[in-house]
Ligand binder design. Structure first.
Ligand SMILES: Nc1ncnc2c1ncn2[C@@H]1O[C@H](COP(=O)(O)OP(=O)(O)OP(=O)(O)O)[C@@H](O)[C@H]1O
Ligand SMILES: [Mg+2]
Length: 707
């Protein structure tokens, strides 16, 4: 009897110890999170202090007062090239300062959001400084795009990649060695630097002759293992600073975390660089999360309706999917619904992929349905919408992927379709990655929240002070009745069920758990939909009450739900679980720009010129912003047009653009007034002044509907 009592006590102690262990690991996890947040906040404080002082932050702790915005002798030349060659009417934030720091010979680290205009920051000094600028860029498609774009502007840009022909290679090597031919900008992949001795020896000759004027490392986050796109060959780029210590180096990336910044500075050997960190905020992007139906057809219908209603002029978009099979299916479903869509994934032959990408870049295809393989090489500035058919694996990847919208700064939309059942699909892919689950649960929190500003989640993630969202996310734009409901009792039922299953040495997936619960508690099943139970299970996982465990089968990795570190706290009534519920739902959200009248004609014209040339993309002929400016200002001479788009584009396309403007003017006047009437001219100019409309039409007709 005594031994039985001891046995029992031992068993109880084991249970209690397990509980304590669970609490300790939960506390340790919590402690880690607090430390991490503390360090983020400290960095934030430093950044704030730096931004309050007039000195640009120099990572070398330089005490010299440096004002990168003052007047410099190259200012007028820089303005001339910016406007007349690049057709850019004014600098965006930090561009001028970065250019000045490079012109002064400093090493520079640029952190600027996608589409912020990083290319200009090294391309303009490349032209001003004379000699040759070397640009390292990770992807062939990015390099091709850039070289093509620069060539269209009459800038002598070349590339050396694995696909370069012999003739091209010969020309580049000769130009590097002898300096006789014009070679302003040379793009290479990192492999050239790390693997080609021949290339490095030619580069050395160029340098020794004093002709290597600048080294630019684009997409520099590829250096860091902490980044989302680590490329081993980027690690060897330190050789550039070692070999050419006096040549200024500029490293550019859109990825902003402090850890990655420090990593880059160390790996590229630029400890004294001047750092320019711009905000991660993309004010022109409208972020929203929509509940994803369990029925696939309904989701595709919703996506197709959205595209048809908001982007009927063939405006470009991307739909991201989880798997290759899903991509193909959704692309075909969209085509069936009359939308010009095609798929893009890693299983396709390179030529096929390139063909799809090119059709899309030339606006011959409206939507690319892609996996994450459709990534870094996308340079299209006028992507108006990015839809996630499934959630991304982290806030960082979501920021990157959704950030492919609106790189031209014009209003664009980012919609994520969220369904709890998609979480185990992602978790079974990322659980072995460093912080994989933690990162995934961060984006799940983002999706589950019905109250918090979507933007603030990005600020928090990148350790940046919050900024006003200005109603540019669903949670800020929508004023609906939101409540927090205590669901602890239901949560206890869920956790007890997991506990029972585990006690029987069985495993349960989220799907099975929902079914079991509804079978056992028939009274609940009338009230509770499967989706709601899954929603709760995911919340419990994210809150460490439950946890996911994974098991490999020969065909897949399955995610099971098990007791988490805080399970017992909940069962013992020491923890409450609250869920946000919303009485209203966004049914339709429409934030779009749309072309009308002359804009449509100019859009047609740029496509026509691009198609006839074959080597120029429509947005290089005229950017969407330029189309807007021409349509609102309606220039009636080449001189007037030149004031809007600069000399080069006016010389190349001016006559055809003016023809279009005049034709449109005549047509619209035929409609509105009798041109023979006296005073028509005056009324025309008055009319013009009146139609100086904001070319960007932002339609914000949200329709809220009872759920
Ligand atoms: N000052 C400016 N005014 C108007 N448009 C600009 C300006 N600077 C750059 N752009 C345009 O913005 C678009 C994006 O520029 P760019 O490709 O340099 O972005 P990025 O910062 O390199 O982005 P990513 O991280 O996606 O590579 C391009 O179409 C470019 O011509
Ligand atoms: Mg870029």
């Amino acid at each position: 009897m005594e031994s039985e009592a001891i046995q029992e006590e031992l068993q109880n102690l084991d249970v209690e110890l397990k509980d304590v262990q669970g609490q300790i690991s939960a506390l340790i996890e919590h402690q880690d999170r607090l430390y991490e947040r503390k360090s983020e906040l400290k960095t934030l404080l430093k950044a704030l202090a730096a931004s309050e002082s007039p000195v640009a932050s120099s990572s070398g702790g330089s005490t010299v007062i440096e004002n990168w915005s003052e007047a410099f002798e190259w200012d007028s030349r820089a303005d001339d090239v910016r406007f007349n060659t690049f057709g850019i009417s004014e600098y965006r934030a930090n561009q001028k300062e970065i250019i000045n720091a490079i012109m002064l010979g400093r090493d520079v680290l640029v952190i600027m959001a996608a589409g912020g205009g990083k290319s200009l920051c090294y391309q303009l000094p490349a032209i001003l400084r004379g000699g040759t600028t070397l640009v390292v860029s990770p992807l062939l498609s990015l390099i091709q795009d850039q070289v093509m774009g620069l060539a269209a502007l009459g800038i002598s840009a070349y590339m050396l990649t694995s696909t370069s022909g012999k003739e091209n290679e010969k020309f580049v090597y000769k130009a590097l060695e002898k300096g006789e031919d014009d070679l302003k900008i040379l793009y290479v992949t990192p492999e050239k630097v790390s693997k080609s001795k021949r290339f490095m020896s030619k580069l050395e000759k160029c340098h020794n002759a004093g002709r290597l004027s600048l080294i630019s490392i684009d997409e520099a986050h590829c250096c860091s293992q902490w980044g989302h796109d680590f490329r081993p060959d980027y690690k060897n780029l330190s050789i550039l600073k070692t070999q050419f210590p006096k040549v200024p180096m500029v490293a550019l990336t859109a990825t902003a975390t402090q850890k990655i910044q420090n990593d880059l500075i160390e790996m590229l050997h630029i400890p004294k660089c001047v750092k320019f960190v711009s905000s991660v905020n993309r004010p022109n992007l409208f972020y929203s999360v929509r509940e994803k139906s369990a029925v696939g057809k309904v989701v595709v219908d919703e996506i197709a309706d959205f595209i048809r209603e908001s982007y009927s002029n063939n405006e470009s978009g991307i739909v991201y999917c989880f798997s290759r099979k899903e991509c193909e299916q959704i692309a075909s479903d969209l085509r069936e619904r009359g939308i010009s869509a095609d798929y893009y994934h890693a299983d396709m032959d390179v030529n096929m992929r390139e063909k799809v990408h090119m059709r899309w870049s030339k606006n011959k295809l409206q939507v690319i349905v892609g996996t994450v393989a459709f990534g870094m090489g996308i340079n299209k500035p006028d992507v108006r919408f990015v839809i996630h058919h499934s959630l991304s694996k982290s806030m960082e990847t979501y920021y990157q992927e959704s950030g492919r919208a609106g790189r031209d700064g014009l209003p664009s939309e980012c919609i994520l379709f969220f369904r709890s059942a998609d979480v185990p699909r992602q978790s079974s892919m990322v659980f072995y990655e460093y912080s994989g689950l933690k990162n995934l649960y961060d984006i799940v929190r983002y999706c589950q929240s019905k109250t918090k500003c979507r933007r603030s989640a990005f600020f928090r993630h990148f350790g940046e002070p919050s900024q006003d969202c200005d109603g540019m996310c669903d949670n800020c734009a929508l004023s609906s009745e939101l409540k927090e409901v205590d669901v602890s009792d239901l949560a206890k039922l869920v956790v007890s069920m997991v506990q029972e299953t585990q006690a029987k040495d069985q495993r349960v997936t989220m799907l099975q758990l929902g079914d079991k619960l509804r079978n056992k508690h028939k009274d609940l099943s009338a009230e509770l939909k499967r989706d709601e139970i899954e929603h709760l299970v995911i919340k419990l996982i994210v809150d460490s009450v439950l946890k996911e465990e994974f098991q490999h089968t020969p065909y897949s990795t399955n995610a099971y739900v098990t007791m988490g570190p805080l399970a017992n706290q909940l069962l013992q009534g020491r923890k409450t679980i609250k869920m946000e519920t919303s009485s209203k739902q966004i049914k339709k959200s429409k934030r779009s720009i749309s072309f009308s009248g002359l804009e449509l004609k100019l859009d047609e014209l740029r496509k026509e010129i691009s198609a006839a040339d074959g080597n120029i993309l429509p947005h290089t002929v005229l950017s969407t912003q330029q189309i807007g400016s021409i349509s609102s200002q309606k220039p009636d001479s080449l001189q007037e047009l030149e004031k809007i788009i600069g000399k080069l584009k006016t010389e190349k396309y001016g006559d055809r653009i003016l023809e279009e403007v005049m034709r449109h003017d005549v047509v619209s006047e035929d409609i509105v007034e009798d041109p023979t009437k006296e005073g028509a001219c005056e009324s025309r100019s008055r009319k013009r002044a009146k139609t100086q409309k904001d070319v960007v039409l932002v339609d914000s007709s949200d329709e809220d509907e009872e759920a």
